[in-house]
Structures are given as C-alpha cells and as structure tokens.
Design a protein around this ligand. Structure first.
Ligand SMILES: Nc1ncnc2c1ncn2[C@@H]1O[C@H](COP(=O)(O)OP(=O)(O)OP(=O)(O)O)[C@@H](O)[C@H]1O
Length: 276
C-alpha cells in the first residue's frame, strides 16, 4: 500500500517567548495508520510537537501540512484529531457517560443523538456497566479508559497521546498498552504517542522517533519491524531486546550531543535493563 502522509512537519522551529528554543529544524512525517512514538529526554520538545500538530501552539518557522496541504494556525478544526493527556482530566461531578459525551455535547449534539456513539466508545474501552459511576469511584486505569473513550467518541483520524500511561503502575500500563494496540488495529487510527519508556515505545510502535534536547530535534528514527498483533512473546524476545538496546544507545548519544547541562536529564529516558 502506498504511504499517505497525514501530517508533515518540515524544518519546524519553535522558540517560546522567554527565548527557549524548544524545537529546531525538526522534520517528521506520520503516515496514515502508523503508530509513531516520540521518545527523548525531558525538555526535548515532545509535547511541543503534539501542541503544534494539534493547533494548540504556533510554530516559529517551518511548514506543517495536513494531508499534504499547508496548515493555517487558525484552522485547527480541520484536523480530525483527539488528545489524551497523562492526567485523565475528568469532570469529577459528572458520570462516566457524561464525561465521554462531553466533546459531542460541545459540538451541539443532543444526548439522544449521541447515545449510540457514547455506548460504542464505552464498549470499546471495556467499561460496560460503569456508565453511571463517578470518577472518584474508578481506579487510575479506568479513569484513563474514560479519557481514551472521550477521545475516540469523536471518531478522530489521528490520536495524540502525551504520556497517557506514565502515572500508572506497571501492570495497568501493560494491560492498557495491549488494549490500545487492539483498538488501534480495529479503528485504523494514526497515533502519535509520547513516552519516556523505551519498552513501551518498542512494544507499541511501527516507528520510534528519538529526540535530543537543547535544542529539541530528531536524532534518529528506528522502525520496529515486528508483526502485529504483538504479544508477551514479543516483549520477551531477543528482537525486542535488540530494539531497546539500539534506542538506549541513541538516547545516550543524544545526551552527549546536547549543548548544555540540562542534557544530564537525557538519561531519564534511557533507563534500560535487558530483559534477557
Ligand atoms: N509555554 C512555555 N514557555 C516557555 N518555555 C516552554 C513552554 N513550554 C515548554 N517550554 C520549554 O520548551 C522545552 C520543550 O518542552 P516540552 O514540554 O515540549 O518538552 P518535553 O520533551 O515534552 O518534556 P517532558 O518530557 O518533561 O514533558 C523545554 O525546555 C520547556 O521548558
């Protein structure tokens, strides 16, 4: 199948108003249906990339194209995308059902018309039976499922995920990783996923984009040529370890290439113990 770019960032630079060069000359293309992870040290600009793609932030220079058409900053509504953050950010006073309904409500869709879409989203994230629960009654993993359902209820073409499982325990993270891959496969989404976790990036992705900080830039891209569905057998395979090792080495190189003392943080993303 011919690759179809959904989003293309060409020579993107982003300088914040305080002078921080968050991104410099960054190039990144994400193809339709791809699962791409951005991995790199704290401050290398991963979240900034997501903000620019979503239209929540403005680039300083370069070009962003959505389906190969230049994107104007004032037309974010043309991008069919949804954002999932590390914090589930649910409305505490609203039920699971109402939290998931929110984006449709904001789009002016009545509860009656939204019913089947909300129920479908609830089924997809495996929360059937919890519709009338409040966030305080849910575990961290369940809250994240609600957050994912709230994103998918709008049928986005692209899902931007900013460390969505970073605050969860290892078992929950691992389960949600598998469920996310299952959903990705069924929904034919294009996903851009930010993480600090090498294992998670390798397990999930078609491609891992490794970034360096100060200034934020892409230093290498590692295609993960393992077939889907990915199982526990992949997580414990020599191939998995090889990819982790390769990416860990790239992160160490990134730390050495960073231009100031903040590069010490680069190792925060490169903790890697071989599984076998
Ligand atoms: N609104 C802002 N104003 C000024 N500087 C900012 C702003 N947002 C981010 N930065 C700076 O831009 C750089 C990139 O930040 P960004 O949050 O994109 O990095 P990140 O890789 O996502 O970091 P982390 O992994 O810690 O979330 C950092 O040096 C950060 O301090």
């Amino acid at each position: 199948m011919t690759p179809t770019p959904v989003i293309t960032l060409s020579n993107i630079s982003k300088v914040y108003s305080n002078g921080t060069v968050a991104l410099q000359d960054l190039n990144l293309t994400v193809q339709h249906g791809e699962f791409v992870s951005l991995l790199g040290p704290s401050g290398c600009g991963k979240s900034t990339v997501l903000r620019l793609v979503s239209g929540l932030g403005q680039k300083s220079s370069g070009e962003i194209a959505w389906h190969q058409s230049p994107l104007l900053e004032d037309t974010p509504q043309h991008r069919k995308l949804a954002y999932v953050f590390q914090e589930a950010a649910l409305m505490p006073w609203a039920t699971v059902w109402d939290n998931i309904y929110l984006p449709l409500k904001l789009a002016g869709i009545t509860k009656r018309s939204a019913k089947s879409a909300v129920m479908e989203a609830i089924e997809l994230v495996d929360l059937h039976g919890f519709e009338q629960c409040y966030p305080r009654e849910l575990s961290g993993g369940m809250k994240m499922r609600v957050s994912i359902a709230r994103a998918l209820v709008t049928h986005p073409e692209m899902l931007l995920m900013d460390e969505p499982f970073g605050a969860l325990d290892e078992m929950t993270r691992s389960r949600l990783n598998s469920d996310l891959l299952d959903l990705w496969n069924r929904m034919q989404w294009t996903v851009v996923f930010v993480t600090h976790n090498i294992y998670e990036a390798v397990y999930l992705s078609n491609r891992v984009v490794v970034m360096a900080a100060r200034p934020g830039r892409v230093i290498t891209e590692v295609p993960i040529a393992a077939p889907y569905p990915r199982t526990e057998a992949f997580r414990t395979s020599p191939l998995f370890n090889d990819y982790c090792r390769q990416i860990s080495a790239a992160l160490s190189r990134a730390a050495n290439q960073s231009t100031d003392s903040d590069s010490m943080n680069a190792h925060s993303a490169s903790v890697y113990d071989p599984v076998a």
